[in-house]
Design a protein around this ligand. Structure first.
Ligand code: SF4
Ligand code: SF4
Length: 378
């Protein structure tokens, strides 16, 4: 049976597994409706009652799709989370227009968990001036929002100021077993735990990275428990934290969904031996020096056509799997020349959008040089 979380502060219970709607299955550039509807049905029937979408997900098609998919079920039988794209808001009218359109897209009168999306220090300072929190409170008073929170994408040092500015009902952070070593992610988690603010976690498998580790890195997992998938280790590491109420997984096919449902229907917390096993895998990952890209695509489109996440994915696969032939086919074959890293003009636009604070132009230059050296066509 699906494990449940109690939000003591809010007096509600949600499933510990949340359905992230950013990576729904795609076919010919659009949501694969048949498969995605089947996944929502399977999740709902197996006790998942938290669905998380956002205005920009899947080029704006995630919200309308989820509105349709969830309209089959009683509205009070699930929790719906979506987010205000604060970067599109200049006036209160913008906020009003986008919010009302979200209600229409989602075929609902209210949003359960409403987030100010992807906050960083700069965006936060602007939204304080604009009074966006107060606009959310007004919607809450009208019964159109139940709980107000934000999702965070910035350095740990700025986090406490955001958390302490308003009485948030919950906060969403990125957390997984590798991030404490890259992004001081433990500080974010602890700041919420210390204040008793419920924590929702995104990117528990780092955009799929922690689900597809090569065997020579994930070997300790298989030695410890051959039946368990690599991603279930990552999900359990996150969900075992007391103040993590919901672990969002952006599932792309039925196989992943079934595996996740099975994971969240069994023992969640890691034993001491399992925690030591994770530590061994972390060490192996850190030894490889991959680029910490989650594939979120916030940096896209590049005005010069570079497919930034694809380049980083191909580079990381080269480092992890060390198969130059596959990397050559991916980089010098499938990826068009116009989308390769050497087309970067170093304009810097992408860097402002990257939640992982990757020095994208420098990393692209390095990736191209190493791919060219390892598997170039010349
Ligand atoms: S810095 Fe390079 S990759 Fe980034 S937006 Fe500019 S040209 Fe594109
Ligand atoms: S480079 Fe940054 S913004 Fe772009 S896909 Fe990767 S993590 Fe996301």
């Amino acid at each position: 049976m699906m494990k449940m979380s109690t939000f003591e502060k809010l007096g509600i219970q949600t499933s510990k597994l949340g359905f992230g709607c950013m990576r729904l299955p795609m076919k010919d550039g659009e949501i694969d409706r048949e498969q995605a509807l089947g996944m929502v049905e399977y999740a709902y029937r197996h006790g998942v009652n938290y669905f998380d979408t956002a205005w920009p997900y899947l080029n704006g098609t995630s919200e309308p799709f989820m509105g349709e998919a969830l309209s089959r079920y009683p509205r009070d039988s699930f929790y719906l989370a979506t987010k205000m794209p604060v970067w599109l808001v200049e006036t209160p009218e913008d906020f009003e227009r986008i919010f009302e359109e979200q209600l229409q897209r989602l075929q609902t009168d209210y949003i359960d968990f409403y987030l100010l999306h992807s906050l960083n220090k700069t965006r936060f300072e602007k939204l304080v001036e604009q009074g966006l929190y107060e606009l959310c409170k007004k919607k809450q008073a009208e019964g159109k929002i139940r709980y107000i929170g934000f999702s965070y994408h910035d350095a740990a040092e700025h986090f406490a100021a955001l958390v302490d500015k308003y009485p948030w009902d919950f906060v969403q952070i990125q957390y997984n077993y590798i991030d404490p070593h890259l992004l001081e992610a433990d500080r974010l988690y602890q700041a919420l735990a210390d204040r008793g603010i419920p924590c929702v976690v995104m990117e528990p498998v780092r955009g799929g990275f922690l689900a597809s580790l090569p065997k020579d890195i994930s070997g300790p997992f298989q030695e410890c428990d051959p039946a368990r998938s690599t991603s279930s280790w990552a999900l359990r590491w996150v969900a075992g934290h007391d103040n993590v109420k919901v672990t969002l997984s952006g599932m792309s096919n039925m196989e992943q969904l079934k595996d996740n449902v099975a994971t969240f229907s069994g023992d969640i917390s890691l034993t001491d031996i399992e925690q030591k096993t994770v530590d061994r895998v972390v060490k192996r990952i850190l030894d490889v020096h991959t680029i910490p890209c989650t594939g979120c695509e916030y940096c896209m489109p590049c005005p010069f056509g570079v497919n930034i996440p694809e380049v980083f994915s191909i580079y990381n696969n080269l480092k992890l799997f060390r198969n130059p032939e596959i990397s050559k086919n991916a980089y010098f074959g499938r990826l068009k020349a116009e989308a390769r890293a050497d087309q970067c003009k170093q304009c810097g636009k992408c860097m402002k959008a990257c939640p992982q604070h990757i020095q994208i132009p420098d990393m692209l230059a390095m990736a191209h040089a190493e791919l060219d050296a390892a598997c170039g066509t010349k």
